[in-house]
Design a protein around this ligand. Sequence first.
Ligand SMILES: C[S@@+](CC[C@H](N)C(=O)[O-])C[C@H]1O[C@@H](n2cnc3c(N)ncnc32)[C@H](O)[C@@H]1O
Length: 362
Amino acid sequence: MKYTYNDRDFDIKRYPSTTNRSLQPWNAADELILEYISDLSDEHESSVLINDRFGFLATTLFKLQPLSVVNHKSHQKAIERNYVSNSLVLKSRTIKTPFGSLPDTDLGVIKIPKSMEAFEFYLQLLHKSLRENGVIVCGFMTKYFTPQLLEISSKYFEEVEQSKAKKKARLLILKNKKEIEQQAVTIDIQFSDKVYKQYPGVFSSDHIDYATQFLLEHLSVKESENNILDLASGNGVIADNILSQQPNAEVHLVDDSFLAVESSKMNVNEGAHFHWKDSMEDFDDGSLDLVVSNPPFHFEHETNIEVTISLFTQVQRCLKSSGRFVLVANKHLNYKTHLDKLFKTCSITAENDKFEIYECLK
Ligand SMILES: C[S@@+](CC[C@H](N)C(=O)[O-])C[C@H]1O[C@@H](n2cnc3c(N)ncnc32)[C@H](O)[C@@H]1O
């Protein structure tokens, strides 16, 4: 999609691409952020962008040479692809994960995530690095406003100002940081005689997801299954269960979220293999005996099963012949139609009023 900023035309694309025309690579909150930044009179030597999902801001603001903090591998790929397709050069130090500290910052930009825990985590990160006269600009669509945004912001900043709404988007402008004590970063979840740890914003932060619990009640790993993948692994609770059944199995975990992968390292035996990836590109054709998953279908405020179906296709490629794919899903998603096309057999092995467990054989 074309966008003109400061007299230059940009072509910004989503990654992964979608056939759904209502899903766009930026929204009115991104445009409002750009408008605010171009009106700033001060020079900003050092700027940081957080949660810029498709790299719209990183690309249009390339002259500021912003540092992009990315939690998702897919966001990193989106930024890299948009730089290349707009003939821009991405330096190796312009993308980093949300771990470690940031360089001194004059201008911080946050596209507000759905998870308020993640918002606070990002705010803490910027609060530490922001210079005295620095400013943080946060963009959001007004329908997702929650009073928590103001509560959290006021913990860290003396000045918390809301802009007027424009095209149903609004900004929060934060200035004048408060002295605060840093808080514990990880969250504990008690489940099945164990405490699982995870970083803020990782899937299902106050309990192990009920679909996952249902899957684990019915998951039985066969002795012959040695090469196993927990796909979309989150905090690693499924991989942990697999290893408790088959301690000698070679278990892999794949997740798009860096904070999820780092969380799973705290919960799963270190002999497992952790992959921060948004695809199964690390796996050869016909290499896996078993893939287990509670697959994603929500991406922030968006529901999108194209990503899910692409993962199913990759599972089919990577399973050995007669390998198994076991997954849990909300009943209303009706994945059977898609799975039937990809696998030799697909049956529902358990169900309750909300969830179904599918077993597919290649
Ligand atoms: C429904 S959660 C399941 C998490 C965990 N397995 C559990 O049961 O608690 C789905 C996970 O998929 C991850 N995810 C989203 N898109 C992905 C992709 N393209 N590849 C791999 N993981 C992805 C999300 O980060 C999230 O952790």
